[in-house]
Write a protein that binds this ligand. Sequence first.
Ligand code: NI
Length: 168
Amino acid sequence: MILTILTYPNPELKRKSAPVTIITDSIRELVRNMSETMYAAPGIGLAAPQIGVHQRIIIIDISGKNEPPDLIVAINPTIVHAEGETYEEEGCLSVPDYAANVRRHERIIVKAIDLEGVERTWKADDLLAIAFQHEIDHLDGILFVDHLSTLKRELFQRKARKAAEEKR
Ligand code: NI
C-alpha cells in the first residue's frame, strides 16, 4: 500500500521517534508499505516519521535505475563512527521541489537491527553514507534544510511560504 508522505512544514516531521522494542507483524507490514511508497515516489530513502509513524525505522535503496533493487532496512540505527566531510546536493520526499548542498560525514559505520531482529553493521561512504545520515536525522525530527545556514534557510522558508500561498 502506498502511503501519504508528510511534507514540510508538517509539525509531525519535527517529532523525535521512539526505538522499536519488538519486531511484530505490523512492523513488517509497515516496512513493506514504506518500501512500496519509496519506490513509487521514487526516492532513495524513507524514514517512518515521514509517513507519520514515530518509530526508529529507515529504509534505503541507492541502486540505480538499471540495477536490481537492494533494499536496506535499518531499525534503531545508530552511527558508531564517522569521519571525513562531504558537501553534496540533497533533496527529500518531505521537502518537494527543493534541493541544497549539505555538509555530512564522508564515511560512517552504522549499527542497526534488520527485520529479522539480527544486528547488522554497514560501512558506508559517499551516497550511502549521506543517505544514512539524512534518514537517521528524520528520526530525530531533523530535515536537511535544518542544516542550512541561517540565510539559506530563510530563503527556503520564504520560498515554501510563497508556494503554499499559491496553492491556496
Ligand atoms: Ni528526507
